[in-house]
Write a protein that binds this ligand. Sequence first.
Ligand code: DLL
Length: 431
Amino acid sequence: MVKYEVEFLPASGLKNLQTDRLKNILRYIADKIPFYKQLFKERKIDVSKISSLNDLKYLPFTVKSDLRDHYPFSLFAVPLSEVVEIHASSGTTGKLTVVGYTKNDINLWSEVMARTLLCAGVIKGDIIHNAYGYGLFTGGLGFHYGALELGVPVVPVSSGGTKRQLMLIEDFKSTVLTCTPSYSLCMAEEARDMGMDPSKTTIRLGIFGAEPWTEGMREQIEKEWGMLALDVYGLSEIIGPGVAMECPAKNGLHIWADHFLPEVIDPATGEVLEEGKEGELVITTLTKEALPLIRYRTGDIVSITSEPCGFCGRTMPRISKIKGRIDDMLIIRGVNVFPSQIESVLMNIPEVAPHYQIILTREKHLDRMEILVEVVEEAFSDEVRKLEELERKVLYEIESTLGISVKVKLVEPKSIERSMGKAKRVIDQRQ
Ligand code: DLL
């Protein structure tokens, strides 16, 4: 298999490469994108004066609404005649966020996805069962391009049709599963219903991302499937999947910083934080053509380290597993709550399934949180007393972790809607 030497550059080599690329992309952006041209003029920024990575902090941030305000194509740096592919992602509000790729951008995406697969440990002889959605979502095609680049067969099954997916895995003897972590659990559940043991399939490795998932969920997936489950990170605005990937050490995600320059900032003040501190991930694309972005605020909460990986030796910086999104953070009666905290608690209670939903309502001006928790088949009982006991236990564990009072409602096995893509955990009915 190929080895991408750039991932093993000494710190100084990487910095020089990033600095050169930063200077180039700034000149390109200032020349090609009217939005940035105007912004630089207003802020009196002369990009030719930016000469080091330290100067990055003088540049303005780009945010998701900048993309929406230029819907669909006005932020593109190239004419549409040079764009070969268009994707879009839906957020919680209104319009789609549209992203475009030139031929070179697709080559770049193929490269970073090939690197992502290699980093996860994909080898010749593997067969990738790709159950990320193909379509406007970047998951399906991103993995597809990576597999083509690496020369490993990919089954472009996309999401949905779970029974058929399982049949194909058995018949093709696929070895790598790519989909959202929640969908992998949904597949395992369906497999057991069909009398099939997912841990007896040929799947040995899973590359899961596109939504937050806890270490507890990882353990559960690994146990269900008898596989190694690794975390992949990315976002359409930057390229799609292929921004950062865990190696089998599971000790942070290697970010492909020769193309995507990371910073971690305090989301409240915008100050750049020192390594190790948790904050919002900000990315500058160094080599993209159609939609280059400067200091894009991802909304994702991470910390970063530039310590080389003791396991694989890669020197690219590593980000921690994503803790959640800034806008995921729920403020309930003044207390900050992340859905991941609730997931961590549930994963440690064997009588409940890893499927849950958080419902927010407002009664008499006070926020209320109700958590629907699915009981596993084996623990579901006709005896009310037993269920009440379990409900009290779940309630106690959640309240002691969150420090606020909540309501817990146990629900029957398989009653919470399963998602083929990103799971919808929070239903906010407060408006
Ligand atoms: O979710 C790209 C992707 C596809 C990544 C397949 C990984 C695998 P978007 O639909 O634009 O792109 O959503 C991006 O999803 O800002 C994060 O909030 C979240 N996200 C992505 N990967 C992870 C992850 C794709 N590993 C948004 N852990 C991002 C937690 C993730 N959240």
